[in-house]
Design a protein around this ligand. Structure first.
Ligand SMILES: [Zn+2]
Length: 224
């Protein structure tokens, strides 16, 4: 996923590189909402990742695409952002920090590196907060957790991301957690393919780029 132009943006004191990206549901390739959230930034290994979300509103739109809020919920979240933009910006800055912790955690799992306990604590803090604002309720013939009325609207998407992260760490399959090998991509995904040898975030983007590179190399060899 190559990026084009980056600018510096600051949210509640957190400075980051930003480059816009036209998110669609097709970009949700992580197989887990927490990985899709990590994938809203790229070039992680450079140490100065590029954020592909321009602020709280863009985060709310992305979260709706990622299935973390239905349409009426997304509308209410957007209204809450408009009502209190300062709180929304502070929360966005927290979301960006949380995303970095999630990246370090899952990337360490993917490459077999060491886990930083502080990153695990950051996740625990969010899952604790999520538990405080959710309760079990009837859902058709089954049950599921619902957010309580006291749940801060603009935070519930982060709660859902925290729960997805915990679920993946607890239940795996962690041996199927991979990072895309595409140039400047590094998107993380759970490989649900039969043979477990998926290498790219998507065959339509990085997979295709690799195929083209391989083809050109072969042509060059032939010409030589
Ligand atoms: Zn990729």
């Amino acid at each position: 996923m190559p990026y084009i132009v980056t600018v510096q943006i600051i949210f509640a004191g957190v400075r980051m590189r930003f480059s816009p990206y036209p998110w669609t549901a097709k970009d949700m390739i992580g197989g887990n909402a927490a990985l899709d959230f990590v994938n809203t930034a790229s070039a992680w290994s450079s140490g100065d990742p590029v954020c592909r979300l321009g602020g709280p509103g863009a985060f709310a739109d992305w979260a709706a695409l990622a299935g973390l809020a239905d349409e009426p919920e997304a509308g209410r979240i957007k209204a809450a952002i408009v009502r209190d933009p300062d709180a929304a910006q502070r929360l966005f800055a927290k979301a960006v920090k949380f995303r970095s912790a999630l990246y370090r955690l899952f990337n360490a799992v993917a490459v077999g590196g060491d886990i930083d306990v502080e990153d695990l604590s950051a996740l625990t803090e969010w899952t604790r907060r999520a538990a405080r604002y959710s309760e079990l309720g009837r859902d058709g013939k089954g049950f599921r957790r619902f957010w309580t009325e006291e749940a801060p609207l603009i935070e519930i998407q982060l709660f859902a991301i925290a729960e997805a992260a915990e679920n993946l760490l607890e239940h795996g399959p962690l041996n199927r957690l991979h990072a895309c090998g595409g140039d400047n991509c590094e998107w993380l995904f759970v490989d649900h393919s039969k043979n477990g040898r998926r290498r790219w975030c998507s065959m339509a983007t990085c997979g295709n780029d690799a195929k083209v590179r391989k083809y050109r190399k072969r042509q060059k060899k032939k010409a030589a």
